[in-house]
Design a protein around this ligand. Structure first.
Ligand code: ADE
Length: 248
């Protein structure tokens, strides 16, 4: 921290594994931004909010079935301890897909609270009462929300002005431009018999740009045709509040 100005964007991560969050956010681009005070990431350990002798955070599901559910009261107290938030998000395989547009939106916010579920998930009443949003990072089930929370905060914080060294590196990236990126090459020009595309050695900026656009389109058509079709997916209602009840 420089101490001069408060961080532009702050994440509080409610988790049973604060060390996972600490370890990741101490490294690389995010670590540097945190040390410079541009952004802040604060893990909040859920365990001390647990109940009883064993500080229990989970209990059996009403209605029966396998697995455990995170208890509402400890979560409520942890969420309240995190303080006022611009946006509260629970990470869940049952959430809407997280996309680049969400990262862009989150990067404008002052304080984002991320709740990492463990076990089978969190008591639905907590989501109804406190959460603004539920997001999933993909169609697979993780053993907890921590990796998903790190994905969300990494994708978001790198968009905060000043976090990335070179503004150019944001401009042409995949998704930022609405499709996949063109392939990249560096020296040597021929590596183990494979030469880089001739046009990249031409020094002709117009031809290089045209080639990159063409390769980006080709790649997008082959790997992610849904992006070319302009398919917005099931999830693009900004500010949607899944789980909120009618009356709240
Ligand atoms: N928790 C478990 N699986 C998840 C997923 N795919 N995305 C976000 N949180 C999760």
């Amino acid at each position: 921290m420089t101490g001069a100005t408060p961080p532009r964007t702050r994440f509080t991560v409610l988790t049973l594994f604060p060390e996972i969050v600490r370890a990741y956010t101490a490294e690389g681009v995010i670590g540097r931004a945190v040390r410079r005070g541009l952004v802040a990431v604060e893990p909040l350990d859920l365990r001390p909010f647990g109940e009883g002798r064993y500080q229990a955070l989970d209990d059996v599901p009403f209605g029966g079935g396998a697995g455990m559910v995170m208890k509402p009261e400890p979560l409520a107290r942890a969420i309240e301890a995190a303080g006022p938030a611009s946006w509260r998000v629970v990470l869940s395989a049952s959430g809407r897909p997280f996309r680049q547009a969400d990262a862009e939106r989150f990067a404008e916010l002052e304080h984002v609270v991320l709740l990492c579920g463990r076990y089978e998930g969190v008591d639905a009443r907590v989501a109804d009462r406190y959460m603004d949003d539920a997001v999933s990072i993909g169609d697979y089930v993780l053993s907890g929300g921590e990796l998903a929370a790190l994905v969300v905060l990494d994708a978001t914080l790198r968009l905060v002005p000043g976090v990335l060294g070179n503004a150019e590196s944001l401009r042409e990236e995949s998704y930022q431009a609405g499709g996949l990126e063109h392939p990249h090459f560096t020296r040597p020009a021929t590596w183990r018999g494979d030469a880089v595309p001739e046009v990249l050695l031409s020094g002709h900026h117009g031809r290089v740009a045209a080639w990159r656009r063409q390769e980006a389109r080709r790649r997008t058509a082959a790997l992610r045709p849904d992006l070319l079709a302009g398919d917005p997916g099931p999830d693009t209602v900004p500010g949607s509040r899944p789980g909120r009840s009618e009356e709240s």
